[in-house]
Design a protein around this ligand. Structure first.
Ligand code: NAP
Length: 535
């Protein structure tokens, strides 16, 4: 009998220190920790205590005797990991209790961005005695991509916002939402009232294909589509023409699979989630029955994770299909390969009534055709021949891209902020900018899962603590109050902690009556009204 880590593991490692027999791998510091798709429990060592299950922030851990049927393969997935990664000796991971260095009794940090990167940094900092944190966000609501990126049907993953809420609730954390740094307050003004600023603002764009026809109507960014169906207020008025029967997604990362699934899920499934009402209605009217997910390389290089592929292959609402010749051409790459082989067999017996995600491989995008609207997309196959797929909607899901932040250095090649262990540096001189730090996707690029941001935040927080100890941080000129006063004098409608709680309560109440986790407000006006208690 053992516990099993399953789909949706966020990799933040919360379960690792609570395990009394240290049987969860990989752990922070292990070579594969930063790129593992999930963590695993060694069934041979697990003592069934359940401590990990209680600690998991996304409800991804189950006892093997109660594994839901759709997750049954995970018992083997966990044990398989230890065949290839045997535990050498009974080492105990070291967990540092962070404190301020001697001679320092206070540290004030501003965290810009309240997504996973900002929330983990806030959580780590606010548990240190003597530290106060100001969290700023451009939106009236916190949690970044947890709210506006994670697919609405991934309810357990979204529940990590409850843990993040507890960080924000701490008495030494102040929230300044609906405040745009660079417009409502400058970086320098934040430095004037804090020892340090962590830029954790995420990435603001996505990669372009750079192929003819990319600007035709009907060619969409998956990033925009995800933000729209998740009710991001910047995207409330966007419209996506999904009336045609077939959509094509370029790229096969987890964002591509999220979009493919969302395009095909039936209305009753979507209506149980916190998806934007407008999106639920539009998707319910959609004509899409087939989504073709196209990768330029073979299946062995696919960017999706095993968990997401497995979930799709086990879906009762959507069938998964693949081309036998493309799968057969790939080397055996284990469980993923087996899933594709099954999908290829099933494709032979395609039922046209079914909603299908069709995975294609080895097709390099060449051009998108149409006069005003997209009509088709053409790819070059690995044998050099061209293949054209008719479609009225193309989604580009080839990765996100960071945007330059005014006043901060930027590396255009990686589209990230250059840094040394989280300390922002001038790229030419490699000189550190005192007091300015970064974390999250804008620091390391748009890779990894939610928990990857925790490791990232640890590095940045440790750098701040080291700089404080070495007297490299300038003590704040101003008390906190001037920031509050400054924003008030500028007429900024700051959504503080209490105001965010009012939005949260109002959204949950609206959702409760419909059996949904929440019903989101979709534009700034509604959000601010709710923050004032007018909803
Ligand atoms: P991603 O994982 O980097 O995948 C990008 C995909 O686009 C790859 O298939 C890549 O193929 C392809 N691509 C890149 N440039 C291309 C081009 N010019 N032409 C054709 N194809 C191209 O990006 P993502 O899906 O946006 O995900 C971003 C991060 O968020 C990932 O770490 C992902 O795991 C994470 N995420 C996780 C979840 C989840 O855990 N459920 C959900 C959403 C996002 P090549 O490999 O050939 O370059």
């Amino acid at each position: 009998m053992a516990y099993v880590i399953t789909q949706g593991c966020c990799n933040d490692g919360s379960c690792v220190p609570v395990c009394p027999v240290q049987c969860i791998r990989p752990r922070p510091g292990d070579p594969d920790f930063t790129h593992t798709e999930q963590l695993y429990i060694d069934p041979a060592a697990c003592i069934d205590c359940g401590a990990c299950m209680d600690e998991c922030p996304v409800e991804a851990i189950h006892p093997d005797w109660e594994l839901p049927e759709n997750l049954s393969e995970y018992a083997e997935i966990n044990s398989d990991y230890f065949e290839t990664h045997p535990i050498a000796g009974a080492s105990v991971p070291s967990y540092t209790r962070r404190v301020l260095a001697e001679g320092h009794d206070s540290l004030r940090v501003a965290v810009v961005g309240s997504g996973p990167a900002g929330c983990y940094a806030t959580g780590l900092l606010s548990e240190i005695p003597g530290v106060t944190v100001s969290v700023l966000d451009r939106l009236p609501t916190p949690f970044g991509l947890i709210r506006a990126g994670v697919a609405p049907d991934h309810v357990h993953t979204k529940s990590i916002s409850e843990r993040f809420s507890r960080f924000l609730d701490r008495a030494n954390v102040d929230c300044f939402f609906n405040v745009e740094v660079g417009k409502d307050v400058s970086l320098q003004e934040l430095l004037d009232s804090h020892h340090a600023v962590i830029w954790a603002g995420g990435v603001g764009a996505d990669r372009k294909l750079g192929r003819p026809g990319e600007d035709l109507d009907g060619v969409y960014s998956a990033r925009d589509f995800v933000a729209w169906y998740n009710g991001h207020p910047d995207f409330a008025d966007r419209a996506f023409d999904i009336s045609g029967e077939r959509a094509v997604i370029v790229g096969n990362g987890n964002v591509a699979l999220d979009v493919a699934r969302t395009l095909l899920l039936p209305r009753d499934v979507l209506a149980r989630t916190d998806m934007s009402d407008r999106a639920i209605d539009a998707l319910a009217r959609s004509g899409v029955r087939e989504v073709v997910v196209v990768a330029r390389r073979g299946p062995e290089h696919a960017a999706y994770s095993l968990g997401e592929l497995l979930a799709l292959s086990n879906s009762g609402d959507i069938s998964l299909a693949a081309e036998a010749s493309e799968v057969a051409a790939a080397p055996d790459h284990g469980r993923r390969h087996d899933i594709l082989l099954r999908a290829a067999q099933k494709a032979d017996a395609d039922d046209p009534a079914e909603r299908v995600v069709r995975l294609r491989f080895g097709l390099e995008p060449v051009s998108i055709e149409g006069s005003e609207r997209v009509r088709s997309i053409t790819f070059r196959r690995s044998d050099g021949r061209l293949e054209t797929i008719e479609t009225s909607a193309v989604f580009r899901a080839i990765g996100y891209r960071g945007l330059e932040v005014e006043g901060l250095p930027f590396d255009p090649l990686t589209a990230t902020i250059p840094h040394n262990a989280g300390r922002v540096v001038e790229p030419r001189s490699d000189e550190e900018i005192p007091g300015v730090f970064c974390s999250g996707w804008i620091k390391r690029g748009p890779r990894g899962v939610i928990g990857t941001n925790k490791v990232d935040a640890m590095e940045t927080v440790d750098s701040i603590l080291q700089d404080l100890a070495a007297d490299r941080l300038t003590p704040p000129k101003n008390e906190q109050q001037p920031l509050v006063d400054l924003l008030a004098a500028r007429g900024v409608d700051v959504v503080d902690k209490a105001a965010w709680k009012r939005i949260d309560a109002a959204e949950k109440e609206r959702g409760r009556t419909q059996g949904r986790p929440r019903q989101k407000f979709l534009n700034f006006g509604e959000l601010i009204d709710a923050a004032r208690g007018d909803k």
